[in-house]
Design a protein around this ligand. Sequence first.
Ligand SMILES: Cc1cc2nc3c(=O)[nH]c(=O)nc-3n(C[C@H](O)[C@H](O)[C@H](O)COP(=O)(O)OP(=O)(O)OC[C@H]3O[C@@H](n4cnc5c(N)ncnc54)[C@H](O)[C@@H]3O)c2cc1C
Length: 475
Amino acid sequence: MIKKLPAKWDETWDVVIVGSGFAGLAAAAEAAGKGAKVVVLEKMPTYGGNSIINGGVYAAWDSKYHYRQKLNLGDDSPRQHVEDTLKGGDFYNIPELVQIMADGAADALNWMIDEGGARVRETVTRAGGHTAYRTHSAVAGVGREYTEALRKIAEKRGAKTALNSEVTWIWRKDADPKSPVLGVQVKRGRRTLNIKAAKALILASGGFSRDIKMRMAHNPRLVPAFGCTNQPGATGEMIRFAQAIGADTLQMNFIQLYPFAEPETSILDTPAVYPFNGPGYGIVYVNKLGKRFVNELERRDVCAFAQINLGANMKPTWSIFNRAMVLKMGGSYEEVDAGLKKGRFIQADSIREMAGKLGIPADALVKTIEDHNRYIEQGKDPDFNKSITKVMIPLVEGPFYSVAQWPAVHHCMGGVRISPTAQVIDVFGAVIPKLYAAGEVAGGVHGSNRLGSNAIPDAVSFGRVAGTNAARERA
Ligand SMILES: Cc1cc2nc3c(=O)[nH]c(=O)nc-3n(C[C@H](O)[C@H](O)[C@H](O)COP(=O)(O)OP(=O)(O)OC[C@H]3O[C@@H](n4cnc5c(N)ncnc54)[C@H](O)[C@@H]3O)c2cc1C
């Protein structure tokens, strides 16, 4: 559907960006740094989208601090990161896009540290589906650490953000391959404005996990009964507007469940990040029978469906860890204390006591943990074939902690089709002039299943590519 173009423009900017998460802010910083006049349009009353509430875990083979090397946690490389990401996505990923994420990850992290003041904790973890210790944890424990860094860089370079500004249409004369995108229609309070994008429009509007109708249209398995970890604005209208002016989409059915959300509210709070960060240090997942049900180093889809397949009457499952693991897995004692106060973490001095507190058969839980301790000692997990590493900690010394977990709808791997230059491709395979996309709104980086902690490097790296290229367009 192509609508009649506006007769006049209310505002003109060189680069107009939809969405103020990692991708939008990184794009704004780069475009403004190249001298473009930039505005970020955000429909919500606060900035940051899913990015600001995110768990702050960031996959990169290296950083300026070289923690993996200093802590003797084995080898890694961008190549290995690419291979893990492709395998984790069942090779549905577009390899050129994966390469850009992996190559850009360390540089983007260092950029946010050096220019934006982002801080990371002195450890790296090995999370499900990754074969290396490469996941960095933000000091703040949430994505705000990076959104604030990006916001500062973008603002320092002159980019502006307009909140409560909902984009309600993309203006393009027609779907001819030579026809550029011209601007957007915006609802701001009671006003409807038309904003011209003289150089380019960048879509950084995130995924559609909160849009139950849209997600079920693509993946009918994700019925409304599933909770969702996302902020309320994670709806997919920008993808539909992009399609209406000719954009292609791909892999829209690939929607990820986060396996470890809070079981009743589906919130992904700080305690819910511990099960994700723990496997490389020996965290154990158990069910109501006190038994393990999956290899803890498995990918998210495997962990999520291992729980769902237990049956709804087996909700929740738990992660069990001890104090010795906390700092290594990117946690902090303050977070543990706060989680205990809220009742999110449960503490016990023995595994038997923990079983009592969780209402799990004590003999079964004790046996499971003893078996797992022996597997760590022997370097072999005959139950689930987990790859045991020398830094895994047996659950011998207390205090022990547990956190309840259950899957919730989390991340859209599919979205609009982009080129390695972050330009949006139309349904006939041609670039749509002056239209870019980056972050969760774009598909193809993660294939059928995103590896946890890959979304931040994806969004920031592609945001940078989109911003840089958009600023180079001719006005
Ligand atoms: C709770 C949670 C925890 C997570 N933890 C991690 C983690 O630790 N590590 C990791 O790698 N990934 C994590 N993820 C995934 C990751 O956070 C997201 O994929 C990432 O933030 C997406 O960034 P983005 O910039 O593409 O989109 P977002 O950050 O979602 O930003 C998109 C913005 O666009 C706005 N918008 C949408 N439509 C319009 C419109 N029509 N007009 C104007 N504005 C619009 C939205 O309101 C939103 O603010 C997590 C996700 C969630 C939900």
